[in-house]
Design a protein around this ligand. Structure first.
Ligand SMILES: Cc1cc2nc3c(=O)[nH]c(=O)nc-3n(C[C@H](O)[C@H](O)[C@H](O)COP(=O)(O)O)c2cc1C
Length: 172
């Protein structure tokens, strides 16, 4: 990434896309805490990341912490699908960014404990993941080990993830 800030237009359009995701009982459990690289809160979010993620995130334009509410608004009962719903919203967020030509990258390599305490996340909310958003730069500018990772990654064969009627051995 180039180290430029992601524009408010792009970032807000991504949050707009995310918030149209479907969710159980339309509870919309997703919450997004963000900082653009010029914001005073950037340091707080950046410091949550492990060293490996900090190495390439230093040129990100924005960082986002994705949080989900674990209970239903209507009755405070636990929601079985809060993570699933919030994952759907993250998918919309990433797709909108991708359509806009941005780099959007999910991350679990950060301190969940410090994210919860440093960002003041209340008890009935759960930190799910972080994301880096940025403007694409030339991979050749990266250190050698990181540049090597800049190629399309594969996916499992469909035969290993789909089964008709039962959890067949092919899915294991
Ligand atoms: C929830 C989530 C957490 C991830 N955590 C990290 C991470 O901490 N560091 C990292 O470099 N990549 C991370 N990734 C990126 C994945 O490794 C990557 O999406 C996967 O290998 C598929 O590659 P692709 O997205 O380029 O197709 C994460 C992705 C997701 C969705």
């Amino acid at each position: 990434m180039t180290g430029e800030t992601v524009s408010d237009d792009d970032l807000m359009a991504m949050f707009e896309a995310a918030h149209w995701a479907p969710s159980a009982a339309n509870n919309q459990p997703w919450r997004f805490i963000y900082a653009r690289r010029d914001d005073p809160e950037w340091e707080t979010l950046f410091n949550l990341l492990n060293e490996k993620n900090q190495r390439w995130c230093k040129n990100a334009g924005a960082l986002v912490v994705i949080v989900s509410k674990t209970t239903f608004d209507k009755n405070d009962k636990p929601s079985r699908t809060h993570s699933f719903d919030t994952g759907a919203a993250w998918g919309m967020f990433a797709l909108e960014g991708s359509i806009r030509g941005l780099v959007v990258h999910g991350m679990q390599g950060f301190s969940y404990e410090r994210a919860t305490s440093d960002l003041g996340v209340p008890d009935d909310y759960c930190v799910e993941a972080m994301a880096a958003v940025g403007i694409l730069d030339e991979p050749s500018k990266l250190p050698e080990d990181l540049a090597g990772r800049e190629k399309p990654s594969g996916r499992k064969n469909l035969a290993h993830i789909i089964a008709r009627g039962t959890f067949s051995d092919a899915l294991k």
